[in-house]
Design a protein around this ligand. Structure first.
Ligand code: ZN
Length: 238
């Protein structure tokens, strides 16, 4: 049984390697970073979208103001012409005309100020838009690099996983059928620690002392012995 015990111990080592591989922190860390990048890219894109909408709205306002401005300029011209052409009008009528010209001119001036203000804002937004685009581009590149790194690492892990699995099979093929049955039973409860060493009459899996009869059977090595307490397969070749 000694060879079977050694094989079981080797199998357990391979199962432990398998567990360690599936719990690799590196892959999780990359995953976390990727999620973070994706979130940032999405936020950036949303901000860019609202910026573009704002620019569009302001550009519409500018177009509207341009229309209004040319209308007011025309109105001012008409009123001024009237003012100069007026002959024989009363002073009251003249004053009223003059006032309406002044009012139109002041409205026109206001619109013009607003127009330039809007143009300035649009310019600022467009600059911001370029900055956003650049940031998104950089984030996207980092994200893509992360994906490549993740895929490479995943492929390496899959390869290692396949290697470990084939080694496990290799070992398992050398086990007697009754031993396979025993280890599979113990494995259900202890996936990566189904075998325990016997040390000074104690099972090193659960650290509880064994009956002398059990210790004797383990030492004889004729049959494989379970721990009376935890059920792990006990080995004694160390
Ligand atoms: Zn035990």
């Amino acid at each position: 049984m000694l060879r079977q015990e050694r094989l079981l111990w080797r199998l357990q080592e391979l199962k432990q390697e398998e567990v360690a591989l599936t719990q690799t922190e590196e892959l999780k860390a990359i995953m976390g970073r990727l999620k973070d990048f994706r979130g940032k890219v999405q936020t950036g894109e949303q901000e860019l979208q609202s910026l573009l909408e704002m620019i569009e709205k302001m550009e519409n306002e500018v177009a509207e103001l341009e229309k209004k401005s040319s209308y007011w300029a025309e109105q001012v011209k008409i009123s001024k012409d009237k003012l100069y052409e007026t002959k024989g009008s009363s002073l009251k009528e003249l004053l009223s005309l003059q006032q309406s010209v002044l009012k139109l001119e002041s409205q026109g001036k206001e619109a013009e100020n607003k127009y330039w203000e809007l143009l300035k804002k649009i310019e600022e937004c467009k600059q911001k838009k370029d900055e956003y685009k650049e940031t998104i581009k950089v984030l996207q590149i980092e994200f893509d690099e992360g994906v490549t790194q993740y895929q490479k690492m995943k492929a390496e892990i899959e390869l290692k996983f396949a290697e470990i699995k084939s080694k496990q099979e290799e070992v398992q093929e050398q086990l007697f059928p009754e031993v396979v049955k025993l280890f599979q039973e113990a494995e259900r409860h202890y996936p990566a620690s189904f075998v325990a060493k016997l040390h000074k009459n104690t099972c090193l899996g659960c650290h509880i002392g064994l009956s002398l009869a059990s210790v004797k059977r383990v030492k004889e090595g004729k049959v494989l012995q379970h721990c009376d307490n935890c059920g792990r397969i006990l080995i004694d070749f160390f």
